[in-house]
Design a protein around this ligand. Structure first.
Ligand code: AMP
Ligand code: AMP
Length: 314
């Protein structure tokens, strides 16, 4: 049992060896071999924004939409379980994604059923941060975590899960560029989260401090981004609370969502940070014709860059 957030000392070795074993035994269905990746840039008001388009026609076996009765996270397969106890009350587990597109993709899940529509708890945020601080596969792999929250966020499973994946080599997502140009975020009345005015859709970035911080600080950063998100959703009369959330050791990004897909193209947190997964060539051609910025503008809300919070804001 863990009484704090620490990971087993052999976490990284287990992460790699148990994955390789699960692949060899057929417990994990790796979908990435036939993925064709293309890095592109689109110009937004004079600024180049990085995107990656992935064509993956062989994406198979994954349940399109899970439900509470057929919950894959209720009793995770032992072969997919990486860490059995994590979190302040040992309420979390780590399991591999059974249908990954990127190797070693894993998930932080609640042991008991908790809805994917709930915000992240202090314990979940601190567990995420601890994992991100420690996870290492190949030397230069850069890890990020993401949470698709709410009915229009692109999630397929309703049981609470946060995901961990590596970035494509050499890919610098827009929130990283925004965060690196800024001072660490101090959540208070005077500081707004960052938004790059060049991007047409609402996105809230907080650069994390380099110094140590605890779960209360993390909750405060998360809550500041959620406040802006709730204000955006209310301003646009949204009837649901849906957003994408990304966290690395350096920054957090939150993107409020108006809808789950553009035409037939589903967009989740990976999409919101610029990694677009197309399940057939028609979708890929459609994205190229319409542009990624058009897609994201459509599934998100208009940018509120420059708009200050006032007494009507959350
Ligand atoms: P999302 O689609 O964002 O809600 O993420 C759900 C994730 O769970 C996807 O990455 C699926 O591939 C993964 N998944 C689905 N079924 C299982 C399962 N039985 N075991 C582990 N992961 C699963
Ligand atoms: P989905 O889009 O939810 O059908 O996701 C298919 C599988 O790929 C799931 O295991 C997701 O967690 C994962 N995934 C989703 N988007 C991306 C992406 N842009 N790049 C790589 N993997 C992704």
């Amino acid at each position: 049992m863990s009484t704090d957030y620490s990971l087993p000392s052999d976490f990284n070795e287990t992460l790699v060896s148990k994955y390789d074993e699960a692949i060899a035994n057929g417990h994990i269905n790796f979908n990435g071999e036939l993925a064709v990746n293309e890095k592109i840039q689109e110009l937004a008001e004079g600024t180049n924004i990085n995107f990656q388009l992935t064509l993956l026609e062989s994406l198979v076996h994954r349940p399109e939409k899970g439900d509470k009765e057929l919950d894959p996270f209720a009793n995770p397969e032992p072969e997919l379980t990486i860490v059995d106890h994590l979190g302040k009350k040992d309420e979390l587990k780590l399991v591999y994604n059974k249908f990954p597109v990127v190797p070693y993709h894993f998930l932080l899940i609640t042991k008991d059923y908790v809805s994917q529509n709930t915000p992240l708890s202090a314990s979940e945020l601190m567990s995420m941060y601890t994992i991100l601080k420690n996870v290492q596969t190949q030397n230069d792999d850069e890890w990020f975590s993401f949470y698709n929250c709410g009915p229009e966020s692109g999630a397929s499973q309703p049981h609470k899960h946060v995901q961990f994946m590596t970035l494509p080599k050499g890919f610098i997502p827009f929130p990283q560029l925004i965060a690196m140009k800024s001072e660490p975020f101090l959540p208070n009345d005077k500081t707004e989260p960052l938004q790059d005015g060049a991007l047409p859709f609402a996105h809230f970035v907080a650069r994390l401090p380099d110094s140590d911080f605890d779960e209360d600080d993390l909750s405060l950063f998360f809550a500041s981004l959620l406040q802006r998100t709730l204000t955006t959703l209310r301003e646009h009369d949204a009837t649901h609370i849906s957003y994408n959330f990304i966290m690395t050791t350096k920054y957090m990004l939150m993107v409020p969502r108006s809808k789950a897909s553009y035409k037939n193209l589903g967009i989740n947190s990976c999409g919101a940070m610029g990694l677009i997964l197309c399940k057939n060539n028609d979708l890929l051609q459609m994205v190229k014709e319409d542009s990624v910025l058009t897609v994201l503008t459509d599934v998100c809300f208009p940018s509120s860059a420059g708009q200050k919070s006032d007494e009507y804001s959350y």
